[in-house]
Design a protein around this ligand. Sequence first.
Ligand code: ATP
Ligand code: MG
Length: 402
Amino acid sequence: MDRLFIEAKPVIQQLKNAGYEAYYVGGAVRDYLLKREIHDIDIATSATPLEIKSVFPTTVDVGIEHGTILVIYEKKGYEITTFRAETKYIDFRRPEDVMFIRSLKEDLQRRDFTINAMAMDEEGNIIDPFNGQEDIKKKCIKTVGSPTERFGEDALRLMRAVRFVSQLGFKLDMGTEEALIEQAPLLQYIAIERILMEMEKLLTGKYVKQALKIARKTQLHEYWPAIFKQDHVIDQIVEMPIEELDNRHLWLLALYLCKTEEPQKQFKKWKMPMKEIKKLLRALTFLNWRMNSKWTNVQLYRAGKEIAVMVEKLVQVLQYEKPQSIEAIIDKKFAEFPITDRSHLAITGTDILEWTEQTPGPWVSQLLNQLEEEILNKNLPNEREMIRRWVKGWENQSRDKC
Ligand code: ATP
Ligand code: MG
């Protein structure tokens, strides 16, 4: 058994000693059977949230209304959820109302896919009423019960289906795929943040091409960020050697391929952190430039190491070459630069103002730009006194011009 299960065993045992049922459930059981790395353990129990709290001294109410309590045991947190059935589904979203129940099977029945609807007891015995193990063998993603009903209850499951394709390389069961085609439009009722979270996992999956092809076939991508909506964007991406790219690269690639006039508009609805959006837009500018030009020291410096690497990886992919390890080459270039950031200059804008006794204005930043270029091109050393003389020279020249 995996180390994480062994560490969590006393938690299950304490619930059992108190007279309740308790099992490992969901993703951890699936990943254990698949021999994939397990990252978090979920426990389901017949104990109600209040009963869970009475068993453990240290708990946090993380989602008590949905039956989830965080139990702190040996400095680790475990999410323990009461067996529950979900009652009313409103607007194709997960229900607000839940009903606590005492039956494990019913709890497993509310779960999305057979591979996610298994439990394991503390001895390692698998409880699998919906044949999840068989579907693991068949490499098949299949809803528990009618796919039409299950997607209709909670349309996020549409995204989850395709995201698991990307992570596991499984196929969709025929009925599940047909329902996906029929019900793709329900995704419009799902909160953007939730779609985005699934999107990030999908784009990080090892089998992302397979998932993108299914999204295209079922038209699920119509309800994705605008960048991914156009058919040709996905058609091109699935033909490219994208295996080494991470999710941020894929966002940038789609942004580049969708050739929009106003790239910032593409992010308007999508609640990505502003910092991420700005980075992508900056990278796009450099990528557009780089597709027709070669790097100079100054352009590399202006892009910065992170964006330069990102852009260079994409240039290779856009030329249908498998990305080589270019980090080392760019690292070496940057290591040769006398400065790699404005803060490395031996002087500041304040020094320039003092030396010139002129009034502040945009000219200071322009002069700093010029100065950076001189230093990068090794026309001037990054030394205070040398720079002071250079500034004085510039001042005399501009005075002469007047
Ligand atoms: P991951 O490896 O990304 O954590 P996971 O399957 O564990 O994948 P979670 O979101 O952690 O996904 O959910 C834990 C379990 O809860 C799932 O395995 C599944 O049994 C159930 N579950 C999660 N989301 C849904 C949903 N939208 N509908 C039905 N069951 C769900
Ligand atoms: Mg999980």
